[in-house]
Ligand binder design. Structure first.
Ligand SMILES: Cc1cc2nc3c(=O)[nH]c(=O)nc-3n(C[C@H](O)[C@H](O)[C@H](O)COP(=O)(O)O)c2cc1C
Length: 147
């Protein structure tokens, strides 16, 4: 089974920490959307999109990558990290739906956040993703590939 994960993790590398924990569990190609705008995903069985949350959404480059490269009728999963728990998957879900893809699951956890006023108090979600968050991502991913 071939899996690709297109990701953006440009802030503290929080999201990448989760990906580094799962990358060895299967045949996974990691695609950094900062360096890669076009990628042929037609031969991949499952496609993941992973991102920190910026202004209430997956990073714009991840959304653009999905719009441009996600083939129709694929199986998809989502991974994200955020400062404060919320509903941040609306835009990416819309693209998944438009491409008639099946969303297998969503994993999210907190990630160290020093954005804006949070910097003044030394940041929030310090130490996240922690070992428990990373274990959660591993369990989530194992379930995705068993589906
Ligand atoms: C410009 C900017 C905007 C952000 N907006 C949000 C937000 O709307 N909601 C939230 O919960 N966290 C927000 N955060 C915090 C990040 O989502 C969080 O730190 C995340 O783990 C960053 O992931 P990364 O280190 O993989 O880039 C924001 C961070 C930055 C830098």
């Amino acid at each position: 089974m071939k899996i690709a994960i297109a990701y953006f993790s440009g802030y503290h590398g929080n999201t990448k920490k989760l990906l580094d924990a799962i990358v060895g569990l299967s045949d996974i190609t990691l695609i950094d959307v900062v360096n890669c705008k076009e990628f042929n995903l037609s031969n991949y069985d499952i496609i993941g999109f992973a991102s920190g949350i910026y202004f209430g959404s997956f990073n714009k480059k991840v959304l653009k990558f999905a719009e441009n490269n996600l083939p129709n009728d694929k199986q998809v999963f989502l991974i994200h990290t955020y400062g404060v728990k919320g509903n941040y998957t609306k835009e990416i879900k819309k693209i998944i739906k438009e491409k008639n893809c099946k969303l297998l699951g969503i994993y999210g956890c907190r990630g160290f956040d020093t954005f804006g006023p949070f910097k003044l108090i030394g940041g929030i979600a310090k130490g996240h993703p922690n070992a428990k968050d990373i274990d959660g991502a591993i369990s989530f991913f194992k379930k995705i590939i068993e589906k």
